[in-house]
Design a protein around this ligand. Sequence first.
Ligand code: C6P
Length: 414
Amino acid sequence: MNLPEVTQVSFDVERIRQDFPILREKPYGKPLVYLDNAATTQKPRRVVEAISTYYETSHANVHRGIHYLSQRATDAYEHARDIVQRFIGATHREEIIFTRGTTESINLVATSWGGARLSSEDEILVTVFEHHSNIVPWQLVAERTGARIRPAALESDGSFSLERVLDAITERTRIVAIAHVSNVLGIVVPLEPIIEQAHRVGAVVLVDGAQAIAHCPVDVQKLDCDFYAFSGHKVYGPTGIGVLYGKRDLLERMPPYQGGGDMIRRVTFERTTYNDVPYKFEAGTPPIAEAIGLGCAIEYVQQLGIPAVEQWEQQLLDLCIERLECIPGVRLLGPHRERTAVASFVVEGVHPHDIATFLDREGIAVRAGHHCAQPLMDFFGIAAASRISVAMYNTPEEIRRATETLDECIRLLR
Ligand code: C6P
């Protein structure tokens, strides 16, 4: 079988790869090919160093002490907020709330905004391709408030239908909670018309940016979304840190999500008053080192430039899809073109876990399973799929190795 060949494209990927020590690992004695980047990305050395330097030179609790180290830690933590603000184009630094990740960011909005605003008359609009993190928090608040969750469908071939989403936005819609990029299909959702339509009926929009943040430019002012959530670990930063962007006036009107230190102004047994945003939503000691690591990761990405990264990854993905299309038995999920960073597929007669295990023995990391998107698996009538997901440090040669090994695996197992 003739698989399309690797073509040379210009991006100094070899230099970038030098920044990621883990890429030199050799699982089972084979060179690592890490193609599970949608699950989590690897970390450049400077992020790891920023975290250890912080612990070695500046660690103390933030916002609490007047001593030297506390001031230093606070400055570094707040500087990370400024970096995030600039990265996503937020108007005010107070609009950036540090959370544990996308999941916590969405839970915060569902609990705080949803708990206060939703009633049995209201609808929460999602899509069938949402990650469980953008479904279950809404189910929890729907149970408490009586609101109804309405999932917008895809076209029968798995391609995105703007019309179906726009049609599903009605006078009853209070919130549209939608992924910017699907973690299974790689669909890039055209957010602007959806946000415009939602605002027309008085609804707000939460964008789950978990799979977009490392791959396409994000400008929350231009989008005019009300909330934008993402995780640090998917954009070359540490685990345990995420971001919730929210428009300031909305955040100011929302009740706190969790109670504890730092989120209060004055506590008495009779009545407690709360701190200003963003601190109202950052109860307890925050993930200080992680925020610093995230700031460093974002600066790293900014130096390379998201448009250059996007272009490189697009070439890798196009090559990957072209080669998958040539392997007998492979069925790609969703559209073959106009997608970003991920390619999910099924192979008739071969279980995705067997594929992932076969590839793993060759040092190639891909993900197999339901990808935390069981309603989407139901839509396709499957239980699981295999997924290749790329990042800026991947190479055409790695795509070649992965697809050739897949071809061999299918020929052996089918
Ligand atoms: N998707 C994947 O392999 P957390 O776990 O909070 O960092 O991110 C959750 C999340 C939310 N939305 C989308 C679209 C996502 O893709 C994810 C994480 C990983 O696809 C792990 S299941």
